[in-house]
Design a protein around this ligand. Structure first.
Ligand code: F6R
Length: 357
């Protein structure tokens, strides 16, 4: 039930801190350490390459998940759009593991790949929010998101839940091979949940941002580098699907190779700056578009902020920034849609789960 909320989407955005805490609990053992079924961890660690297959928002979660798995478990990962994979199968490694990311567990495009690779004899793992869903039943293994039902068509809490579960999977797989790093994921995810709360409490600011940057525009661009780029792709999908503003996510450095031609006076550019290693270069990209008249909305992270930034998100571990930097983008999309009188929870032409190929 949406209770006092005007829309499920807003309720589900607000649930993200709680869902993150639930996930930490669900994946902790009695001594408080993160744990995942040993069979799943051996399937991950036996693989010489992981193929993530997903659609839409879940595909965007996969792009970030690749970073987690490569950094924490040191296994190479490829991320594929489900609907492309079937007829455009890459050359597979000798011991692949397939990970299907699907909130609903019912996406036909993803299922088609699952059926196909199962026939070929490969191991499969589904990461889903719905126990007993088709993709869960048909895969060898399942990891659950524990996000509670997601009703709004635009996926929000499932995305951050997917990221949290993928981070835990990567961490536990890496730890079982003896890889150590300087941070404690339980603690860092706790910091993430607190940061999410701060952002959910800043709704009025995001409503103002939506009003000043997006109320009349025809289009909008999201830019970032590294994982900020992947979050920008998700931000642009959120914005286009519910507000019908044409939006695109771009890697900051790629703009100059063509897209910059689209920048006009007043074109909104939403830039993410949460990564120290690329902070100066993304800001260079912002200058390039501002010089062509763009209207920049810069969302940076505490510690990396600069004069003139539009919003500063709380500091979290640099690998986990997508879990919180997406929240401003979700809320900005929500308010942009609201200001344009769009049906936020049921955007035109879309269904919650896409069960046709
Ligand atoms: C976007 C959205 C879709 C889904 C996609 C995959 O907000 O919800 O892009 O992410 O249709 O759905 P699942 O994750 O259920 O396989």
């Amino acid at each position: 039930e949406k209770g006092t909320y005007p829309h499920y989407m807003l309720k589900e955005i607000d649930e993200q801190p709680l869902v993150t805490r639930k996930i930490i609990q669900a994946y902790q053992n009695d001594s408080g350490n993160l744990t995942i079924d040993e069979e799943i961890i051996s399937a991950v660690n036996d693989a010489d390459r992981i193929y993530i297959v997903a659609a839409g928002t879940s595909y965007h979660a996969g792009l970030v998940g690749k970073q987690f798995i490569e950094k924490l478990a040191k296994i190479p990962v490829e991320v594929h759009i489900a609907s492309e994979f079937g007829y455009n199968m890459p050359i597979l490694s000798e011991k692949p593991l397939f990970i299907f990311i699907s909130q609903s567990g019912e996406t036909a495009d993803s299922r088609a790949v699952l059926v196909n690779v199962t026939k070929l004899g490969y191991k499969t793992l589904t990461v889903t929010n719905v126990p007993g869903s088709t993709l869960s039943r048909e895969a060898d293994y399942t990891l659950l998101l524990h996000a509670g039902p997601e009703i709004a068509v635009a996926s929000t809490k499932a995305y951050t839940a997917q990221l949290a579960v993928l981070a835990i999977l990567a961490e536990v797989a890496g730890a079982s091979k003896g890889f150590k790093h300087e941070f404690d994921l339980v603690q860092e995810l706790g910091i993430v949940a607190n940061g999410m709360e701060v952002l959910c409490d800043a709704k009025e600011e995001f409503e103002d941002i939506a009003r000043s940057f997006l109320s009349t525009t025809r289009n909008a661009f999201f830019i970032g580098r590294g994982i900020d780029y992947y979050v920008g792709l998700e931000g642009s999908l959120k914005l286009k699907e519910i507000s019908y503003i044409q939006a695109e996510g771009f890697a900051g450095g790629e703009l100059k190779h063509g897209t910059i031609a689209l920048i006009e006076n007043g074109t909104p550019i939403i830039a993410l700056a949460t990564q120290e290693s690329v902070n100066l270069s993304i800001r260079g990209n912002v200058k390039e578009v501002v010089a062509r008249g763009a209207n920049p909305c810069i969302i940076s992270m505490k510690g990396l902020e600069m004069d003139g930034d539009t919003f500063i998100i709380p500091e979290v571990h640099e690998l986990l920034t997508p879990l919180i930097s997406v929240i401003p983008l979700q809320l900005i999309a929500y308010y942009a849609a609201l200001h344009r009188d769009c049906d936020v929870d049921k955007p035109r032409n879309l269904a919650k789960s896409v069960t046709v190929e």
